[in-house]
Design a binder for this molecule. Structure first.
Ligand code: HEC
Length: 119
């Protein structure tokens, strides 16, 4: 590895960081991160944030239905193991048939979804 390489890496890194900060200015940093996680875990390929899609209920409907947070544990379970029959005929597959979601990630995603109701 030569110095040119390193300089290139620094340039790429600072470019990437400036994108992170630009993103953070439009919404809270945490919510941008969560959006990215939801994208990465393919949640957004079925769920939309605001509206129902033919494939799945919208995250804000989910937030409204489970407002209060008592169902948090159940929802974390659903994010990992999937679910059906609560909304319609479509089934949410278990993690593994889609992107793997750890328990910690599932908790973060559920907190993020539930927080939408207060927005
Ligand atoms: C293949 C499509 C698909 C993907 C990918 C998907 N979901 Fe779902 N999700 C659904 C469907 C369909 C339902 C409704 C299931 C039902 O009726 O119980 C649902 C329901 C839910 C619910 C509500 C559960 C309930 O019982 O009311 C939550 C929370 C949820 N999804 C979160 C997520 C998160 C977070 C991800 C990403 C890690 C994700 N989903 C990925 C299709 C999907």
């Amino acid at each position: 590895m030569n110095t040119g390489d390193n300089r290139m890496k620094t340039a790429i890194l600072s470019l990437a960081l400036s994108f992170v900060f630009l993103g953070a200015s439009s919404a809270s940093a945490e919510s941008e991160d969560m959006l990215q996680l939801a994208e990465e875990k393919q949640c957004l390929s079925c769920h939309a944030r605001d509206d129902e899609t033919p494939r799945a209920p919208g995250f804000n409907s989910i937030a409204a239905k489970y407002a209060g947070g008592e169902m948090r544990g159940y929802l974390v379970e659903v994010v990992m193991t999937g679910g059906e029959d609560h909304w319609g005929s479509a089934t949410m597959p278990e993690s593994g048939e889609r992107a793997e979601v750890s328990e910690e990630e599932a908790e973060q995603l559920v907190d993020w979804i539930l927080s939408k109701h207060q927005e």
